[in-house]
Write a protein that binds this ligand. Structure first.
Ligand code: ADP
Ligand code: MG
Length: 447
């Protein structure tokens, strides 16, 4: 098999699935080192990009590779020393040292900041508005408002994105500032390396002489005494000289186990905020923004369905959207509700066995009517809504022809059936109550 060729095809497909910045800065830097027994070894130019690509794009790359090879594969990520030396720039084109020309626009990429994780691309909603507002205050007066700023929350809720956004904005507003982003894991690894190579002074200089230090996933230093000791001194050096420190964690400071009390109390000495999983409105806004970033038209109904189906976190939501885009592009079909449902809902498959009778009786029951009321002549408004929902479900989940639905609903003509379907389709995305009614009825189809 021609590995280069295969990887070229994979990259072509990845290119259309992510933003240009992500592609050029990260995915275009990868190579296929080896591919045996369905295990692909993907080379990355350095450990920073390897960790980032692996955590963020594993499922996307796998999906594309599976699609290209028509097989199920696993991925292993390594550092490809050849790309590193070949390109003579370990961080790739988007991360290269600023020249006089681009210095004004971009924060110094040597400091680990990802330019596309900024405030412009950060959607604000009820689950993160407090964290966002505090972050903006910090950007205005680094080191003066909330120090340290401690952000905690579950996976994929936007802690890393917000941290980079703070760093990017501070670096942009203060051209001479050294703003350093690092994960606690990298901090620990660099410390170990510095001890081995006897370069601890250099290490200390790097971390203690910056103007703003952003440390992601600080819970990683749990149980690592030497890292804690070093971080304690780093923190003090920065804090006492009024430099901004931003920390993130997957839990509240006081709940991080195996971390010295003196550090925990430092963590809690400024402002602690949490980011919650996104609510429906925010999930919808995020999907719209991400689709727009990729220049992809995502119909309202499909977005609403996806926002309802993927509740967990933003990373999953983003992954689901990318999968949807790839699938639609590889099948060469436009995205619509049905396509989205087929890919994610499995709702449709489940209800294939459902009969029109069940749809009518479950809908009637849900709205506290009798089946014969749904099919009758009354135009009482609640009854009309129930009738419209039944029509919508008969069409969407059972794929019945309009005429057939008309017959079932008391001999109505196909234009009124069309009208009912369109009405519910329109309301589906902005009427939370209606959506929840429909989902409850669907869940009861199987019971
Ligand atoms: P965490 O660090 O909390 O695990 P990340 O910051 O890595 O989460 O976010 C996961 C993904 O979701 C990233 O691709 C990020 O860009 C995206 N994301 C998170 N929050 C937002 C938001 N508020 N607006 C837009 N994208 C977001
Ligand atoms: Mg993170």
């Amino acid at each position: 098999m021609d590995l280069n060729r295969l990887w070229q095809n994979v990259q072509e497909e990845l290119k259309i699935s992510v933003s240009q910045t992500t592609y050029r800065g990260m995915l275009a830097q990868t190579t296929l080192q080896d591919f045996k027994k369905n295990i692909a070894t993907v080379g990355c130019p350095n450990s920073y990009l390897r960790d980032l690509i692996e955590t963020r794009y594993y499922s996307l790359i796998k999906e594309v590779l599976d699609h290209q090879t028509k097989e199920k594969n696993s991925l292993v990520f390594t550092i490809d020393s050849q790309t590193t030396s070949k390109k003579n720039n370990s961080l790739g084109p988007l991360f290269k040292k600023p020249t006089a020309k681009n210095q004004d626009k971009k924060p110094n990429p040597e400091f680990g900041l990802l330019p596309n994780y900024n405030f412009d691309t950060f959607v604000v909603g009820s689950s993160n508005n407090f964290a966002h507002a505090a972050a903006q205050a910090i950007v205005k007066n680094p080191g003066q408002t909330y120090n340290p700023f401690f952000v905690w929350g579950g996976v994929g809720v936007g802690k890393t994105h917000l941290t980079h956004a703070i760093g990017n904005a501070i670096a942009q507003n203060n051209k001479n500032f050294k703003v350093l982003y690092v994960s606690a894991e990298t901090f620990t690894n660099e410390l170990v390396e510095a001890l081995q190579k006897k370069t601890i002074t250099k290490f200390k200089d790097k971390y203690r002489k910056c103007d703003c230090l952003l440390v992601d996933d600080i819970q990683f230093i749990a149980g690592k005494e030497y890292s804690q000791e070093e971080f304690f001194h780093t923190f003090n050096a920065l804090y006492l000289s009024g430099r901004q420190v931003v920390l993130t964690s997957d839990r509240k400071p006081e709940e991080i186990p195996k971390v010295e009390d003196r550090l925990i109390s430092r963590f809690m000495g400024g402002l602690t905020v949490d980011i919650q999983p996104p609510d429906y409105e925010m999930r919808l806004a995020i999907l719209k923004q991400k689709a727009q970033e990729k220049n992809f038209s995502l119909p309202e109904e499909a977005a609403a369905f996806l926002a309802e189906a993927v509740e967990s976190n933003i990373r999953e939501l983003e992954g689901a959207l990318f999968r949807l885009i790839i699938k639609a592009q590889s099948n060469n079909v436009p995205i619509d509700l049905e396509f989205t449902q087929n890919l994610f809902g499995s709702l449709k498959r489940k209800v294939k066995k459902t009969t029109p009778k069940t749809v009518l009786s479950q809908t009637a029951k849900h709205f506290s009517f009798k089946t014969k009321d749904l099919c009758g002549k009354s135009r009482k408004s609640e009854l009309v809504t129930a009738r419209h929902v039944a029509i919508y479900l008969l069409r969407k989940d059972l794929d019945l022809p309009l005429m057939k639905i008309g017959e079932l609903i008391g001999g109505r003509d196909h234009t009124s059936i069309m009208y009912a379907i369109e009405k519910i389709e329109r309301e589906y995305s902005n009427n939370q109550g209606l959506r929840s009614d429909i989902n409850k009825i669907r869940n009861n189809f199987q019971s």
